[in-house]
Design a protein around this ligand. Structure first.
Ligand code: 13P
Length: 287
């Protein structure tokens, strides 16, 4: 079922678990993530960055593929199709293309401009039945060309944005996209607690889910995180499994070069990663 992410995240926040957002790149990614969510009876959010949308030839292709897969694979768990780190223009494109959720990342604008643009997009998204995520305080590292310095969000600014009627809020708490460096100081739970205090029932979003130790994930959920984004970790497991297949020479045995065979170990590795995350986040059986 393609649904907005509002209800699943309200339920997650109330139930003290988090729903995973797993970014998709192509058919194999989408199929592996949907199949795992169904097998584990877990709600799921499919994240699409603007770069990935472009790679898949456009947001309309993505929507049609996801809707058709939900039908043909008999997926009955709640699935949200969500724009990740959307620009102002990208949000409009995804609303038009039939996404069920958008993120407007106005964190690089001065706060007044972030507020004004977020406010406008909230009213349009809600009128069209979509959920909307907004961001305060940039997430560190680089994702698909979007580079953030990684600062901790100001809890008062978080409240300002939360009060605009958004459905969930991404706030920088020292998290970084991609692999964490050796000298990473860890998540700032002080900042997270202060944000939670100001924003109350608002489900909070933890970006940069790859490589955050399990104890920190659990503590973040305790402090109000209800959505956790994972992208790089699926890419790493896909790449490692594909490398192993090729290095073992399996692509040269029989019809091992057939793309359906060549991509199978990577697709299975994505399923394993998604399963591990859903178990850690506590969303298994919560559909
Ligand atoms: P990672 O690539 O670090 O898992 O981050 C994903 C993310 O936050 C998508 O917005």
């Amino acid at each position: 079922m393609l649904v907005s992410a509002t209800e699943m995240l309200k339920k997650a926040k109330a139930g003290h678990y988090a729903v995973g957002q797993f970014n998709i790149n192509n058919l194999e990614w989408t199929k592996s993530i949907l199949a795992t969510a169904q097998e584990l009876n877990s709600p799921v959010i499919l994240g699409v960055s603007e770069g990935a949308g472009k790679y898949m030839t456009g947001f309309k292709t993505v929507t049609e593929m996801v809707k058709a897969m939900i039908e043909e694979m008999n997926i009955t768990v709640p699935v949200a199709l969500h724009l990740d780190h959307g620009t102002y223009e990208g949000c409009y494109k995804c609303i038009k293309a039939g996404f069920s959720s958008i993120m407007f990342d106005g964190s690089h604008y001065p706060i007044e401009e972030n507020v004004a643009k977020t406010k406008e997009l909230v009213s349009i998204a809600h009128a069209m039945g979509l959920s909307i995520e907004a961001e305060v305080g940039s997430i560190g590292g680089e994702e698909d060309g979007v580079v953030g310095a990684g600062e901790c969000a100001d809890p008062d600014e978080c409240k300002m944005i939360a009060d605009l009627g958004i459905d969930f809020l991404a706030a920088g708490i020292g998290n970084i996209h991609g692999k964490y460096p050796e000298n990473w100081k860890g998540l700032s739970f002080e900042t997270l607690a202060a944000i939670q205090e100001k924003t109350g029932e608002m489900p909070l979003v933890l970006h940069g889910g790859t490589g955050i130790p399990a104890d920190m994930i659990k503590k973040a959920i305790d402090l109000g995180v209800a959505k956790i984004n994972v992208n790089t970790e699926c890419q790493l497991s896909f790449a490692a499994a594909t490398r192993e297949y090729i290095e073992a020479g399996k692509d040269q045995q029989g019809k091992g070069f057939d793309p359906r065979k060549l991509l199978a170990p990577g697709a299975a590795a994505i399923k394993e990663t998604v399963k591990e995350k859903m178990e850690l986040f506590g969303s298994v059986g919560k559909a």
